[in-house]
Write a protein that binds this ligand. Structure first.
Ligand code: TXE
Length: 496
């Protein structure tokens, strides 16, 4: 059976060796869909198509207004087909359909944001103090971009890259996670419908080591934008360095959620549960590191433990489900190893700590929301991202101690502070070295605001003005309207 799910140079085609991959539901391990599994040679074809389209100017020389209009059309098409996209996303990830619907609304707003704010891009005149000189700073597309995505928010994370790349006028190759390809395939169809010229957008599906790696080493690629794990991110950065590519990396976090005794505890506790257990903790900004003031520790932790123990897990279409499974059997195994290590380090299991044993979940990768007490900063579970539903609890006595704990991590993506003293809250928010800090809230983001990490959480920013900047080169053009000799070196021909 031929499956044409690679999109290269405007053609839907199978893998060059006919290879296929089965996508299985994390809910019950059933086969959701079969897609083409790209070979290295398919990836090289996609790079050739991107390079040729970029160099030809078939899209990069469109006017900014036309490129923004195309991005706006993509937003409209996403809205039109939001239900289809949500079903596909929920099929691959087994996340609840309702969550996938929220994701699609966010994705349409991301495209809309770049379609409208991109229009504000303008050249800058530099006043060099000479009437005969025009000195202009202008923006140009960075070139061919490899856009490599993860499996937790498959279409959302790809869209944060695709929308600004289009506004900038880049050509690109999308490589979604091999576990969750369906919505990237559909998005490619929508971009085709919106009028993207052949060769500008290409889609490669398959394993990182074979289909993904050439995108990070080939000299014809100018930029790699990657969202995923730290280990892969480091490898990509090292490979990209060989050809001095630009890199943008979003590599997750170990995000502190600091609760002061004087905060609105009801809101703080409820949000702490959401922050840690939403989407089974498979969120780069998950609030998995609870840091709570000693005087309210017992009250806060008892309530969180009770709430965590009651969370009802279930499949994408279970109306009672509050959260779903982990993405894969491998990921579940990783979480189980992580928990073995937490136990050895002396963490106390206050809730969860095992797979969900409900009979209807036995074929899926369900892990109970877990709360670990008695944690100290040196423990592996406090320092390392699990990317699962695991919350660690630490205690503080002073604001400075809370800041020190919150910063005692190699990561720096996000965090929160719950405190009703605005001066202390603001001091803590500014002292935390993380890319996003919420005060008396957890989790909201907007496409207008930059997203990204300090330290090992990444390089560069997505969304906001900077999110477009990643896909632009800056050029200075100096024009002399009255050309004249420089007169720097003596011209001896004049002496003869
Ligand atoms: O992701 P990988 P994995 C974290 C989380 C998780 C860990 C590993 O802690 O447990 O990462 O997850 C592609 N060249 N996050 O192994 O390997 C791969 O095919 C080019 C955080 O699933 O990072 C996929 O498309 N590409 C995160 C993408 O990289 C390569 C979200 C991500 O895969 C490649 C997900 C290579 N050599 C996991 N190797 C976040 N920041 O939100 C792999 N890929």
């Amino acid at each position: 059976m031929s499956v044409n799910t690679l999109y290269i140079n405007g053609q839907w085609r199978p893998a060059s060796d006919g290879g296929l991959r089965e996508i299985r539901s994390p809910h019950d391990n059933s086969v959701v869909v079969r897609v083409s599994e790209a070979t290295q040679s398919d990836s090289l074809d996609a790079i050739s198509a991107s390079r040729a389209s970029f160099d030809s100017g078939v899209f990069s020389r469109w006017s900014l207004a036309d490129r923004c209009a195309l991005v706006g059309r993509v937003a409209d098409l996403i809205d039109r087909d939001a239900e289809i996209l949500a079903q596909l996303e929920s099929g691959d990830t087994a996340k609840r359909l309702i969550e996938a619907r929220y994701d699609m609304a966010d994705i349409a707003s991301c495209f809309r944001h770049f379609a409208t704010t991109g229009l504000a891009l303008h050249d800058r005149i530099v006043d060099v103090g000479a009437a005969n000189i025009n000195s202009v700073i202008t923006h140009e597309p960075v070139g061919v971009c490899a856009l490599i995505g993860p499996w937790n928010y498959p279409l959302l994370q790809i869209s944060w890259k695709v929308a600004p790349a289009l506004v900038a006028g880049c050509s690109f190759i999308i490589k979604p996670s091999e576990l969750t390809p369906s919505t990237a395939i559909y998005l490619m169809k929508l971009m085709e419908e919106a009028g993207l010229p052949a060769g500008v957008g290409n889609l490669i599906l398959g394993a990182g080591a074979t289909a993904g790696a050439p995108l990070t080493s080939d000299p014809r690629v100018d930029l790699v934008s990657f969202t995923g794990g730290l280990v892969t991110g480091k490898r990509i950065m090292a490979t990209a360095a060989q050809t001095v590519k630009k890199v943008a990396l979003e590599l997750g976090g170990k995000n502190p959620n600091i609760i002061f005794a004087n905060s609105n505890l009801d809101a703080a506790i409820d949000n702490a549960v959401t922050a840690a257990f939403l989407h089974s903790g498979q969120v780069c900004s998950a609030g998995t590191r609870l840091i709570v003031e000693r005087s309210v520790h017992d009250q806060v932790v008892n309530e969180i433990v009770k709430r965590a123990s009651e969370i009802y897990l279930g499949g994408p279409n279970d109306p009672l489900a509050e959260s779903g499974p982990l993405i894969s059997e491998n990921h579940l195994a990783k979480i189980e190893e992580y928990m073995d290590r937490a136990r050895q380090d002396g963490a106390q299991i206050l809730a969860g700590g095992s797979r969900d044993t409900r009979d209807d979940l036995k074929d899926g990768w369900y892990y109970r929301p877990t709360v670990l007490g008695g944690c100290t900063t040196k423990m592996y579970c406090v320092q390392e991202e699990s990317f699962g539903p695991i919350m660690t609890v630490e205690v503080f006595d002073t604001a400075e101690e809370a800041i020190a704990l919150g910063n005692d991590t190699i990561y720096g993506l996000s965090g929160a502070v719950w405190c009703n003293d605005s001066e202390i809250a603001s001091h803590v928010a500014r002292a935390l070295r993380h890319g996003t800090i919420w005060v008396n809230d957890y989790g909201p983001y907007r496409p207008q605001a930059e997203w990204g990490g300090y330290k090992a959480s990444g390089v560069g920013r997505e969304l906001g003005e900077s999110g477009l900047g990643e896909y632009l080169e800056i050029k200075h053009i100096w024009t002399n309207n009255e050309p004249a000799r420089s007169g720097w070196f003596a011209d001896r021909t004049l002496e003869k």
